[in-house]
Design a protein around this ligand. Structure first.
Ligand SMILES: [Zn+2]
Length: 290
């Protein structure tokens, strides 16, 4: 179900959902010229590939053609509480369900890969394992450290985490140390704006606040550059994409809209698996949605 994002007070925590109603945003222009999305890098090179030459980025058409890897988007991983709304229960994943979904991926022959691995494949054609899948976690819930990390570690699965920076260090949200734990465990960390504003509604100094600031803050916390983004509410707009590129993001993840033909790396698609999906349903959705 794709509904308007909501804020549900749950003690000190806020559940920030990442969905958006269909038809509530403009669609990508159909007549933009194809281009590679690597900022500052040439779109083609006459030189043959060699070990010393920089890799040649793919064209937008090539990136679109390679965009067949399923990407899943999770939020909080916890038991339901009495005050969770019906919608919240579609995006909260109880730990036992999460474990069962990972087991289904394993039993189904799926191989989770890192976000950087996927982007290297899309941008440069680097090879992937058979039947890859990418797991992502939005918003920065403390359950990403307390629930997701141990289960992912048990399975040996990589994943990508996209916290809002406004919540870091607050009750029920990731601390800086927990973020560094995820990073040291081999997880990818990307930005998810400062306070979850839709990028199709930003203007003025909000671009710097929501795009530049979080990338810099996460880079400072982790001690290395951060260049991945997940759009708050999964929403993007064609007008926002040059801003995302200019802010230094290499790739950005949305939800279910078609990719932008000119910026496919900045509009990588994901789906949100509700906790009601059993293993066969999850595997079927991966095959049918990507
Ligand atoms: Zn979110």
């Amino acid at each position: 179900m794709r509904r308007r994002a909501f804020l549900a007070a749950t003690g000190a925590a806020v559940l920030a959902a990442c969905s958006v109603p269909s038809g509530n945003r403009s669609t990508a222009p159909a007549t933009t010229s194809p281009r590679a999305t690597a900022p500052g890098t040439p779109t083609s090179s006459a030189a043959p590939p060699s070990s010393s030459a920089p890799p040649t980025p793919a064209t937008a058409e090539e990136i679109l053609a390679r965009s067949t890897v399923p990407v899943l988007c999770f939020h909080q991983l916890r038991e339901f509480r009495a005050d969770d709304s019906a919608y919240a229960r579609t995006i909260i994943t109880p730990p036992a369900v999460f474990r069962a979904q990972l087991q289904a991926l394993r039993d189904g022959g799926r191989t989770p890969i890192g976000a950087g691995t996927l982007v290297d494949h899309l941008q440069f054609g680097h090879p992937l394992p058979d039947r890859p899948v990418l797991l992502t976690f939005d918003d920065g819930s403390v359950t990403h450290h307390s629930v997701a990390l141990p289960i992912l570690t048990e399975f040996g699965f990589p994943a990508a985490f996209f916290p809002m920076t406004v919540v870091l260090g607050k009750t029920d949200w990731l601390s800086h140390d927990q973020l560094r734990d995820l990073d040291r465990a081999g997880m990818d960390i990307g930005a998810h704006s400062w306070d979850h504003q839709r990028v199709d509604r930003l203007s003025g100094d909000q671009w710097a606040v929501q795009l530049d600031g979080p990338r810099a803050e996460l880079g400072e916390i982790l001690g290395h550059p951060v260049d991945l983004l997940a759009y708050p509410h999964g929403v993007w707009s064609p007008e926002a994409l040059p801003r995302v590129e200019a802010a230094g993001y290499r790739a950005a993840f949305q939800l279910s809209d078609p990719q932008d033909p000119a910026y496919p790396l900045l509009t990588v698609r994901r789906i949100m698996p509700p906790p009601t999906w059993d293993g066969p349903t999850l595997l079927a959705q991966l095959d049918s949605s990507f």
